[in-house]
Design a protein around this ligand. Structure first.
Ligand SMILES: [Zn+2]
Length: 324
C-alpha cells in the first residue's frame, strides 16, 4: 500500500471514527440486505452527506475511475489533452509520474486541486466485511460487498451497458466509445467513499450531449431542479412498490414535477456532478432502486449495502433494440 494512500485512509478513519480493520480482515459478513428488506434504513440522509476536501492527487488509484474521472475533468485539473488520454489509457497508474514531470507552476496547480469526498458514515459496520474480488469488464481485482453475486458480474456488466445505451440513447453500437457504464457498480467498494449503492454511467460530453432519459416510467416522488441537493429524481413504480433513483443531474426538465407521472422514453435531464448543491463530481448519472415509495436513497458512504439490486429492475424496461 502506498504511503499516500495509507495516510489518506488513516485520515478518513480518524475523522469518521470508523474502526476499520483492513480489507483482508474477515468479519462475520452479516448480510446488510437483511437489514434493508423491511424498508427501514439506518443510513445517513443523502441530502447532507458530509464531505471533506482532499487533494485530488492523493486519492487511491481506484477512486479516480470510480469517480468517473474522464479526460475533460483531467484537463480541468491541469493536464493536457494528450496527457489526459495517456492517463486514462494507463488506468490512472501514471498520474503521479506525469504530474512530477510538469513545470513547477502546473505541478503546483495539480497538487493543489482539491475535491469534496464524502466522509464515510458512523453507521458503518465496525469491521469491514470480507470483500469479494473479481474481474469486471477485463479489469482484475475489483472489490465487492459479500452480498453481491459476483458469479453474475458479466451479466450485470452487460445489463448496465444496455441500460446506459438506452438512458443516453446511444446509437453507435459498434464503437460505443462515448459511454462508460461499468466503472462503479452496485456493491463495489472504494476505500475513499464506501460501498456503492447504485450504478454510475456517463457519456463523454466531447462526443455526446449528456442528456438522458429515465428508461423506467413512474410517479415523481421528488425532483431537485437545477443542481440543487444531490441532483435527485425519485420515481415511484407502484406495480413493483419500488422507487427508482437518478442522482447528480445538473438539471431536470421543467415538466418533471412532484406527483406527476413521467414516461421513461423522453428526455428528462442533463448529467452532472451535483452533490450537496455543488458540482463536485465529474459528470455522470447514478441510478439505483429502493424498496417502497420513498425519497430516501442510500448514501453509499458507509460499508453497508442496503438498496435493491438494480440490474434486473432497470433492464426489464430497456427498449429491446438496446438489449445486448
Ligand atoms: Zn454513484
Amino acid at each position: 500500500m502506498k504511503k499516500t494512500v495509507f495516510v489518506l485512509l488513516s485520515l478518513i478513519f480518524l475523522l469518521t471514527g470508523c474502526d476499520y480493520a483492513g480489507e483482508d480482515d474477515n468479519s462475520a459478513g452479516v448480510s446488510a440486505i437483511e437489514n434493508g428488506t423491511d424498508g427501514t434504513y439506518t443510513g445517513t440522509d443523502d441530502e447532507n452527506v458530509p464531505t471533506k476536501k482532499v487533494r485530488f492527487i492523493d486519492l487511491p488509484s481506484e477512486t479516480f475511475e470510480n469517480m468517473g474521472v474522464d479526460e475533460v475533468y483531467l484537463q480541468e485539473v491541469g493536464f493536457t489533452e494528450a496527457e489526459s488520454l495517456e492517463i486514462i489509457r494507463s488506468g490512472f497508474s501514471n498520474i503521479r509520474s506525469i504530474t512530477e514531470g510538469k513545470d513547477e507552476a502546473t505541478k503546483a496547480k495539480i497538487k493543489n486541486f482539491t475535491i469534496d469526498v464524502p466522509i464515510m458514515s458512523d453507521n458503518s459496520r465496525a469491521v469491514a466485511p470480507k470483500w469479494k474480488v473479481c474481474t469486471v469488464n477485463g479489469k482484475p481485482n475489483q472489490k465487492f460487498h459479500p452480498d453481491v453475486d459476483t458469479a453474475r458480474i458479466d451479466e450485470y456488466v452487460m445489463k448496465a451497458r444496455s441500460i446506459a445505451f438506452d438512458l443516453f440513447t446511444e446509437t453507435d453500437f459498434i464503437n460505443h466509445i462515448h459511454i462508460r457504464y461499468a466503472y462503479y457498480m452496485w456493491g463495489e467498494y472504494d476505500p475513499a467513499i464506501g460501498v456503492h449503492e447504485g450504478i454510475d454511467m456517463n457519456v463523454n460530453q466531447l462526443e455526446g450531449d449528456g442528456t438522458f432519459r429515465t428508461v423506467v416510467s413512474g410517479i415523481v416522488n421528488e425532483v431537485q431542479h437545477d443542481g440543487s441537493g444531490m441532483g435527485k429524481l425519485a420515481l415511484y413504480v407502484s406495480r413493483e412498490n419500488s422507487t427508482y433513483f437518478f442522482l447528480h443531474a445538473k438539471r431536470y426538465e421543467g415538466y418533471i414535477t412532484k406527483g406527476k407521472s413521467i414516461s421513461g422514453r423522453y428526455y428528462a435531464g442533463l448529467q452532472g456532478g451535483t452533490g450537496n448543491g455543488k458540482q463536485i463530481y465529474p459528470p455522470h448519472v447514478h441510478i439505483g432502486t429502493e424498496k417502497g415509495s420513498t425519497t430516501f436513497c442510500a448514501s453509499g458512504t458507509d460499508l453497508d449495502l442496503r438498496s435493491q439490486i438494480p440490474y434486473d429492475k432497470f433492464y426489464k424496461y430497456v427498449d429491446p433494440k438496446y438489449k445486448f
